[in-house]
Design a protein around this ligand. Structure first.
Ligand code: 13P
Length: 254
């Protein structure tokens, strides 16, 4: 059985103090026996303090991006080693906002994933189609190229550190969620790609998260889909109340 994972992507939100208050509150309400795994992907400025605050809990901390070079003259960039050094065990790679606003390509995601795996970070690897792609019937082709090009060179063994997040771009921050049927179809397709590119075992163990306007009132139906193993949540992860409802979906942990 794949364990569910609910990951918060705070994007460019919160100060250090706000992050600390959240993690402190979450720590109290998230017992070690809770059946759902939790990762908080926060802005770089607060990674170190919130990772320190999370010590002694089961909360994992993640960064939202990295640069593929190990060190050097790359003003403004952060390496995988620095992310580990700050106390993180996860990093998001290939988020659609990186692809859209910062022109990240599949080749960039490939290099970032390789670097992250080298430093033993777990990767939340995001893929997803735009509305234009969906309307043009290109969804599955696009998911296939994002997945296979981003994971080129990743071994079956390394794949254990990869979590895939399916985030249809048209559902991010729009309030429009993919229907459970649309999400399940894409997730089953992605799992099939892992099966053909790797192995039956890898396909059965890899976790595939859904992201895009996940809220307390739609999470239950999404998590009931057989190939949805958790969620990557933006807006609804910013308030502790709402995030607690997400991790306790369907009465989990209560
Ligand atoms: P929203 O939950 O705000 O739609 O964001 C989804 C997302 O991009 C998570 O990475």
């Amino acid at each position: 059985m794949r364990k569910k994972l609910i990951a918060a992507n705070w994007k460019m939100n919160k100060t250090i103090d706000e992050g600390l208050v959240f993690v402190n509150g979450l720590k109290e309400k998230y017992p070690k026996t809770h059946p759902v795994d939790v990762v908080i992907c926060a802005p770089a400025t607060m990674l170190f303090p919130i990772a320190e605050k999370a010590i002694g809990s089961r909360i994992d901390i993640g960064a939202q991006n990295l640069f593929w070079e190990p060190e050097g003259a790359y003003t403004g960039e952060i390496s995988a080693r620095m992310i580990v050094d700050a106390g993180c065990s996860y990093v998001i790679i290939g988020h659609s906002e990186r692809r859209q606003y910062f022109h990240e390509t599949n080749e960039h995601t490939r290099k970032k994933i390789a670097t992250a795996l080298n430093e033993r970070l777990n990767v939340i690897f995001c893929i997803g189609e735009t509305l234009e792609d969906r309307n043009a019937g290109r969804t599955m082709d696009l998911l296939r190229s994002q997945l296979t090009e981003g994971l080129a060179g990743v071994s079956d063994q390394q794949l254990r550190s990869i979590i895939i997040a399916y985030e249809p771009v048209w559902a991010i921050g729009t309030g429009v969620t993919a229907t459970p049927e649309q999400a399940q179809e894409a997730h089953a397709f992605i799992r099939g790609l892992v099966r053909s590119g790797y192995s039956e075992k890898s396909a059965e163990t890899i976790r595939i998260l859904y992201g895009g306007s996940v809220k307390p009132d739609n999470i239950d139906e999404l998590m009931a889909c057989p190939d949805i193993d958790g969620a990557l949540v933006g807006g609804a992860s910013l308030k502790l109340d709402s995030f607690l409802k997400l991790i306790n979906y369907g009465g989990m942990g209560l």
